[in-house]
Design a protein around this ligand. Structure first.
Ligand code: GLN
Length: 226
């Protein structure tokens, strides 16, 4: 499969942008699925990757570091052409519009997001989320999460948070072709279904049969949650 830069991609190497934010938890979710997580801190680290994860963290800091490291053009080319999963701050980076950023986001998802829209760190919460693509309910961890304010016509809603007050469910996950953005943190749930779906259905990787319930238990045990 040719990459954005035109080189052959036959690898199982999955990059995690590691300028700032949450590499270790994504690595713990990716490894049991049989892919090789790779830290991305420079433009050349993107070469030959099968897919990329933009983790949570602080989107303002990440955008500044993307500019400072000179990787903006390469990153933009990658996310326009290749499979990318953005979680929380990663969704903000993929959006077309977001408030109070030092630079324009990468604009690969035609959505507008409002940062920190549920309040401050202390207003972080977890809540059930419906993700039909992975078979239903998923434990959503929301940490100073963004909210989707506008969703473009070509963007599919893949995750919704039921309103505890009985109103309309709120979109909390979107997909446009090879680009996926989530308001929450699947890497903190001890549940590999969203990572597995991204790798197999969005990135088209044939995963070895190591990602079943046993792998989920292994992840939960490694994080001391079991
Ligand atoms: N509030 C952060 C931002 O605006 C995102 C938080 C997160 O990634 N958990 O970038």
């Amino acid at each position: 499969m040719p990459s954005a830069a035109g080189e052959a991609v036959s690898s199982r190497r999955v990059g995690v942008l590691s300028l700032q934010g949450d590499f270790a938890c994504h690595r713990a979710a990716l490894e049991p699925l049989g892919v090789e997580p790779v830290r991305v801190t420079l433009a050349r680290d993107l070469e030959g990757l099968a897919a990329l994860v933009l983790p949570g963290g602080e989107s303002t800091t990440m955008l500044r570091l993307i500019a400072a490291t000179g990787m903006r053009d390469a990153l933009e080319a990658f996310v326009r052409a290749r499979p990318v999963l953005g979680t929380c701050a990663g969704l903000i980076l993929l959006a077309a519009e977001a408030d109070r950023l030092p630079e324009a986001p990468l604009g690969v998802l035609d959505v507008e997001v409002r940062r920190n829209a549920y309040g401050r760190q202390i207003d972080s919460f977890s809540a059930p989320v419906d993700v039909p693509a992975v078979g239903g309910r998923f434990h959503g961890v929301f940490i100073r999460a963004p909210r989707l304010r506008r969703i473009g016509a070509g963007v599919e809603i893949i995750a919704r948070r039921p309103d505890p007050a009985g109103g309309a469910p709120e979109p909390v996950g979107v997909r446009a072709g090879h680009a996926v953005g989530l308001c929450f943190h699947p890497e903190l749930s001890g549940d590999l279904r969203l990572h597995r779906w991204f790798l197999s259905e969005v990135a088209g990787l044939a995963l070895p049969d190591t990602g079943g319930p046993g792998a989920m238990r292994a992840l939960a045990a490694s994080e001391g949650t079991e």
